[in-house]
Structure formats: structure tokens, C-alpha cells
Write a protein that binds this ligand. Sequence first.
Ligand code: ADP
Ligand code: MG
Length: 910
Amino acid sequence: MDPALGPPEAMAEKRDELTPMMRQYHDLCARYDDAIVLFQVGDFYETFCGAAERSARLLEVALTSREDSTGEYPMAGIPIDNAESYIEELLEAGYRVAVADQVEEPGESSGVVERAVTRVITPGTLTEDELLAGDDNNFVAAVARGEGAGSDGDEIALALLDVSTGDFLATSSSSREAIADEVSRFDPAEAVVDPDAPADLLPENCMVTPYDETAFDRDRAGAKLSAYFRNPDALLASDAEIRACGALLSYAEYVRGGAHEGERGETADEAETEDDALDDEDHHLEYLTHLTRYDPREYLLLDAVALRSLELFEPRTVHGRDDATLVGVLDETASALGGRKLRDWLRRPLLEPDRIEARLDAVEELTGAVRTRERLHDLLRDVYDLERLIGRISRERANARDLRSLRDTLAVVPEVREELADADCDRLRRLHDALDPLADVRELIDDAIVADPPIEITEGGVVAEGYDADLDDLRGTARDGKQWIDDLEERERERTGIDSLKVGYNSVHGYYIEVTNPNLESVPENYQRRQTLKNSERFVTPELKEREDEIVGAEERADEREYDLFCEVRREVAAEVERVQGLAEALAALDALVSLATAAAQYDYCRPEIEERGSGADGGGRVLEIEGGRHPVVERTQESFVPNDARFTDDRRLAVITGPNMSGKSTYMRQVAQIVLLAQVGSFVPASAARLTPVDRIFTRVGASDDIAGGRSTFMVEMDELATILREADENSLVLLDEVGRGTSTADGMAIAQAITEHLHDRVGATTLFATHHHPLTELADDLAAAFTLHFEVEQVDGEVVFHHEIAPGAATGSYGVEVATAAGVPDSVVDRARDLVAAADADTEPGDEAIDTATASSDAPAAETAAATADGGDVPTDVAAELRALDLAHLTPVEALTELDRLKRLLEE
Ligand code: ADP
Ligand code: MG
């Protein structure tokens, strides 16, 4: 057990003797024993004992101590004013944080100040803007296992919730790989897991939170869901989904902690007695209004490897530029709403041509309408993060400024609508209609809340003049009283004849009348002495006191009235949560479309033609045709980029691609996949023309990818990943294989590559791009009906290699490995020697010899094979050569190899 968590042992031993405050701390720690409790003491959040030692080290704050009759306890505190940055550090260190605020004013009650946990902060359930990335979702997940729909047998369900925006999704599958893929798609920061479900399908960066197992009970979960959605059984597909969603809702409510603003909340005392307090109505999350159930098969499937190697969200190289990603290139959104929407679209490319075309129509129209597009972009810049705003309003955590932000956003809506008034395409017209300016809400806020309110909502100055008669009365009373006091000086000077008489105010004594010593004789009878200073005396009059009480009373009551009114307005706005969310959704989609159009125009993309399979011009088969395709990310990061074509059909579906290192094979394959992906997102694509039938899945495998952290050999990883492809790919898949079979000996690698190629060709039928250094594969391609070869030619100019990055039909003629070595600055003597060796090997290799084809094997071919066969460049006796060829290197241990080499060497010398 982590000593930073749970009730401190030192306190537990003598709980009953502790001071009331320390007992409160102890009990909250016991109640929230999976979190570090931040305990408000005045302007600080304090931690004690183990938690104090931990946070002092993590947060680099001073470790002090607090002493009472029961002992001395280590203590460390952080200032409440900028608690957020400290909390972030605690989260990063893998802790959850329970914030225990003082929920009454000190001195309000006779005993110790009441404290309650007002929120539990965990990585997956953040709602504070300071801790969240604006343009991306932050999900918490729940995983449950259960009986599947129908008689599918066992099934795993995944529920995902963004507590800050209210986005709520559920899916399930009988394949754990499929759920693992969905997890990597949404990349949740945290998860709660049904004890029966496999936790190991969650990646390492996802915090698994132990949580009350009974929340996963079918009945309890169902009841929880019913509190939110009318008919959860109709909404969801299976018991497993209901259990995942219900448990996730319970968890989200638990995390919400006590109620808002620290007004109510679960106090230390209640915690002892009311264990069921967590199921309280108080915790209901009103802004959770939608639950979207989807089938993973509704979207283009991208597993973790494909997400990475297509550079969707993360740069591929560790040292890559941060913006060297697909989303980095495409994201021209103006609002956080749009940024999240665009990421969601990229995460989930579409399959149905109709839906894709609808987006493409909108992108096309916006691409053409330059002025409208730019105007919309400008307007959308003034759109606040409505989803999180309404979430805060609904959780009663919004202040008056948040309401004004909502109002300012609503003020933009009519103008946005206006820009779309003449829209042609269906999608934009629908968006136009969905843009509800919520005039009533805007009017309410305009009437009720002042234009530039303070951050605090309890100290007045929030509610506008004229909104509430009672408030105006109270303010009038206060104002009149102040006016009377302002006039008092003048009146009293006249009445007493003391010209130097002054009326003043201080916080201890309130209002007073000050008379200097020489004038004390003229002081009237009704003056009462309050304070004696060196040169003067201060007085009050009963009338002045009366006025003062009136002012203070009126001001206090006005502040209270304002707070009540504010809460009422906030509740009224919160009641419109669904309309605000609908508006947010429309603005988000519009922003994402404008962004795609902006990128299309800026980078000269073209509209892809999407064809339904089964209706295409090519007899209903697959089509993937790209003219002048470019790599969207690489073309942004380097000066000139050479466009290349691609053409795949049912009869031409497997391409074996060869060419020397650095000639452009990997870039080419990725750009083909990225163009397909972008097209299915509904985006224009980096090409001069493109035509395609949508694919269901994109698989990519890059040879020799490292999994050192996972502790498996690279070859093992490669084979594992390949196994998945061979099992799951079908004729609707797009498969990229980049140099697979590298992690083992040449002969083994070649054999595996060949077997895979045949399998993909004969059985799977996927559209396949296979870049390989195994040249014999190109010969294999000649024998397979639907396979063909492509290669990158390079040119030698004055002994140096020039890369044209241009793809051409046929196989590469040589590896140019030696020339690349020259270009890379390998010393001349070494390069010369290598040339000799290659030449000798060429002369010695019989045509059609497959086992050791040194002429075409790339620079990766073990040099020993060449060297041994051509010792000293002299003629090799044929028997030695034959023996060499027959050697099965894949099955030799290093010692056996050395022994064999030694034997052959002797044979030569004889
Ligand atoms: P390979 O996989 O054949 O070793 P890569 O695809 O990794 O080669 O390409 C190597 C480098 O060549 C890339 O990093 C890129 O800078 C450049 N390159 C690749 N394709 C092109 C192209 N079509 N136009 C311009 N430069 C390219
Ligand atoms: Mg490569």
C-alpha cells in the first residue's frame, strides 16, 4: 500500500484522541482511500504524514509539521490560488486527488469548520480547463465482459465518456483485438474494469482505477442508466454494454464528488454513516444527454500500429516535428469544438459512400467560396468551448463570466447562419438549420448579467440593474445611505461652523466624524466620542450609526440576493443543455468542414471520387486509382516532392515494390494509405485525381519495428502482427507491408515473405502494397495472376546515386547499396573493395539462382556470403561454391557457422 494513500497509520492508532480537525482529515482519507486528500486549511490545501512526504518531494514544496497533544505530524501544503499546476503534477505521478474544501465560513458554527470532498480529480475525468487540452477529448473508459447479443457467446463491451464535454459512446465485440483497437482509437486516460474483463487490453498509458465491483452488476448498472436515458435496453446492444455504461456513469458521479461550489457535499461526518450517499440524486450529471452506441465495423478500422505508422496524431519519429502529423497538416480549425470534431473524424473515417459524399460536397462548396470560408473562420474564432461551458453551467461550477462567454458565442450565431443562408449542398443547409441562436437564452443573460462581471459570484456586482426589483431596492437603499453620508460633511460643517470637520471611514470603526483638537469646543451634544488621535477626536452620531447599519445590511442582503438570482439564471440556462449541445455540435462540424476546405485550398488537394463497390465502372470490383499522389506530411516538411500514381483493381491488387534504400518506398506506401484514409474522412486529398472504393480496414506493418519496452524480440513482434493481418484481413482491406521478414536470416525472411505474399494473394485478396528487399519476390509476382511489380529507379551520375523518387512498373535492377554507402561518406577503399566483391559475385551467379542472389539482394544481405564465395576475388572451386549455396544459414548457430567457414577455407587452401 502506498503510504501516501489511505488514513495515516500514525493517526489511525489514536483516532479518538485527535483534534477534531485532524480527525476530519483522517476520516476523509479513510473514505477516499484511493486518492491523495487535499485538505483545505485557510488559503492552503494541506496534506499530512505519508501524503505530505510524498507531495513535498513530488511538488517541491516545504515539508513542515503540525503538532498537537497526540503527536507531531509531517505536513505539506500548496496554495489554493494556483493549486491546478500542483494537482497536474500529482496526476502525472499517477495519483488521483480528492479535494476537501471548507464548506462553511470559519466561525459560522461553534466547532471545527465543516469540510467536504467537492471533487475527485483523476486523469480521465478532468473538467478544469487548465488541465485539459482544448482541441482533444479526454476519455475515461469502462470495460465489461458478458453474454453477447444473440448467441454470440462471450463479448467485451467498451464505454467511453468525456466528462468535460458529455460525449458518451459505447461499443462491443466478441473479438478482444477489436476492442483493443477501439481503445487505441480513443486513447482513454483512465479506465474502470469489470473484474471478469481482461484488463490487459488497455495500453500502459491508461490508468486502471480500482472501483466498486458492484457498480458492474447488471441490475445496478441498468438502474443507473435508466436515470439518464429513457430506454437503455433499446439503446444498447447487450448486457455487457449496459454493464459497462452503467458502471461508467456510477464512476463519473462518484468522481464528481460532493455538490457544487462546496455548498453541500459529503462531509467527514456523513461519510462515516452514509455509505450510500454516493448514489444520491445530487450527483446526477445533467449534461449527459446522449449516448451513442456504435459498431466498430461502422468505421474504417485502424489499429494502434496503423494509427502510428500513418502519423495521424503522433509524429512517427521520436525527434519528428510536433506538427509532422496528418492532423497537424489538416487542422485549420478556429475553435476548440472544431478541433475536437476534426480529430474525431480522423479517428473514425467513414465507410458509406453517401456519408462521405455529403462531407465532400460541403468541403467542395467551401473550398470554392473563398470569402464565405474566410468569414466563417473569423466568426468561429469567437466561439467559446460551448460543450465544456454548458458542462460547467450544468454542474453548477460556472461563474458569471462563463455565462457571458456563452452569451458572446450566441451573439455570433446569427452571423454564421447568415453566411450559410445561400448554401447549396445538403450538409451545409442542414447545418444552417441546426444553428439555433438560442435568442431566449441570450436575452436572459443579457438582461441578468452585467457585461464585465467579476470572477467571484458571491460578492455582488454580477446581476444587472433593472433585472430584479428587490435587488434594485436594496441597492437603492445602500446608494441613498451613502449619498446621505456624502452630504453629511457639508451639513455638519454648516451646523457646527467647524470648517475642518471631516467624515471618514475605516474598517474597524465604520463611519466617523473627525474634529481637530482646537475645534473640540464647538462639537454638538449628540456627538459620541469613539476614538482619540494625537491631533483630533473621532465621533459618531446615533443617526450616522443607523444609516451605516442600513447600508451594510442592504449591501449584504443585495449580495445574497444577487447570488440567488445568479444561481437561478444559471439553472435556467442549464435547463437548455440539449439545445446548447445541439448548437455546439453544429458549430463543431462547420468548423471542421471549413478547416478541411482551408487545407484543401491551401495545399492544392483534389476531390476524390468515391465509388460504391458493386456499382463501379470496373465491373463492380475495387478501385484505387491515384494520379499524382503526394504524401501530405512529407510534402510539407521538404522543399520539393515528386508526385506518384497508383492503380489497383481486383485483377491488379498486390504490388511488390523494390528499390534501394532511401528511394521512396515507405513514403509511397504511406501516402497511398493516407489518401484512402483522408478520402473516407470526407477530405480532399493530396493528388491531382483520385478514385476509390472505400476500404474497411487499413493494416500496416513495418519490419523490424522495435518493442524493446514490451520485452519481446523484434522478430516475434513482427510475426505476431503479421499473424493478425493474415487472420483478419479480407478483400476489403488495405494492407501495407514494409520490409517484413527482416528480423531473421535472409533465407528465412525470404521464405516467410513469399509465403505471406502467396497467402495474401490467393486467400485474403486484400489490396496490398509490399515493399521488400527480397528481390526474388518480384519473380514470384510474375507468377501470381493479380500481383505486379513496381520499383523506384535511381540513376548513377559520376558514380554517385541520384534519387528521383519516381515509381515505375517492373522490378528494380540493382540494390545500389554500395553507391548509397559512397553517398553516405564510407571511405573509398572500403567502397572499392565492396564493388569488387559485388562484381565477382555477379559473374559467379547463375541466372535463376534463388538461394543467394547477391546481385539483387540489397545491402542487407549478409556480406559473409559474398566474401566467402569470392575469396581474394580469385576463382572459387565449384565444389566450394556449391557447398556454400547449399548451406542453410537459418539453421546454423554462430559456432556451427564458424566451424563451417573454417572447413570451407581449408578446402579452398588445399
Ligand atoms: P525507402 O523506404 O525506400 O528507404 P523512404 O520512403 O523512407 O525510402 O524515403 C526516403 C526519403 O526520401 C524520405 O524521407 C523523403 O525525404 C524522400 N522522399 C521519398 N519519397 C519522395 C518523393 N516522392 N518526393 C520527394 N522526396 C521523397
Ligand atoms: Mg523504407
